[in-house]
Design a protein around this ligand. Sequence first.
Ligand code: FRU
Length: 472
Amino acid sequence: HLLRPDYRLNYHLMAEFGWMNDPNGFIHYKGQYHLFYQHYPYEPVWGPMHWGHAVSRDLMKWDYLPVALAPDGVFDRDGCFSGSAIEQDGKLVLMYTGHVVTGPDKDQDYKQSQGIAVSEDGVTFEKWEGNPVIGYDAVPDTVSRKDFRDPKVFRHGDQYYAVLGSNDAKGNGLVLLYCSKDLRSWTYVNVLAKSDGRFGDNWECPDLLPLGGRDVFMLSPQRMPAQGEAYRNLHSTMYGIGDFDPVAGTFTAERYAPVDHGFDFYAPQSTVDDKGRRIIIGWMDMWESEMPTQQGHHWAGAMSLPREAVLDGSRLLFRPLAETEKYRSNLFEQPVTVLTGEQTLETGGDSYELQAVFEFEAGKTEEFGLKLRVGRGEETVLTYRPNDGLFRFNRDRSGIGPGGERRVHLGLDEGRLELRIFVDKSSVEVFIGDGEYVLTGRIYPGSDSLGIQAFAEGTCSLVSFRKWDICM
Ligand code: FRU
């Protein structure tokens, strides 16, 4: 009789049963947040894609609704792939990709087009009889005949627009722009943006959003070459801040940066809620990551915490939502502590938020940080080294899942480091500073690896440490 640790997350959305990947159709509609997701409801593996559906009033507690879309149409018989949602005349409209396998090799032989489905009540969806609304021939000659997917629809001026991911069939990802007056009849506008060879060979899940008077373009490039410490995952997420010209159909960015610097964050999608917040949520896994819950558990894949994106000059800050604070309990506070080695804190757990502030001086501090989910030789290590300015998230000894290290360059040689960390059963999300950087990763420790340690080589002080359990 095997005692299996419970890796099921407490305050992150997972499928009730089966597989989950990308967030889809994220929208605040008639007083509730709706989140759909790429879903295979029968097994914890990727299969013919359905759209799972959940609703929430605070983005923390979710209720499951029936599967919204199933692959049962002529143009979507092998999958209802990723897409988005928009409200039109009080109705909830989903725009998604129909996937059809066309030959013996399902990974090579396929075609994709776009359809819509409409709901009057936000629960039951009817696919439009005129689907597809953007057909197989609606792509320019210079663009892939196969990869044409993940419509993100938005309103701008008196028109609807949709951005779609594709590639030029020569190894460069690109995004196409379409416009429409009614969501049913669509016109091709332009190639909105294209890789110059450095940013991946196929672009997935694009999003184009206004923020703080600028425009933000967010996307998920496949097979993205690493650039220094950035983009260390095979498939990555990035954003650029710039200006969208809807008439020319162009977007020009000053610079691009990763959305998340950790192991597991992909295909993010954004929405604006009734409070005017621009909220981003991502798939908290990664195509190339081994997922241990596929064996012996009934589910695989999860959503990240939703994060508010805020424009700060030429970059975005990503911050946890205030709603997370509603579920705090059992505050633990550590008095100011001078660290000269390793110290086990008198607290622990597997479902909590912690806030830590370190102060360190040049020449006196080699490295310092925190160890989480410590027990029986297991630990997940967060380290900062002033010498090289790198913050590290190491999961080599985290448990049974994949190992590895992800780093982000902070470049501070003295001063303060503020961390806000969310741990949930099999996940860690680290927010640095005011949300300048986020690192997200799945870990699979034993259920009794609950310890928390603070450490320093040389010396530094832990000037503030607060931890709350998160109870749903
Ligand atoms: C991104 C993605 C999308 C596609 C979906 C299929 O993770 O590959 O491009 O629509 O997953 O599940």
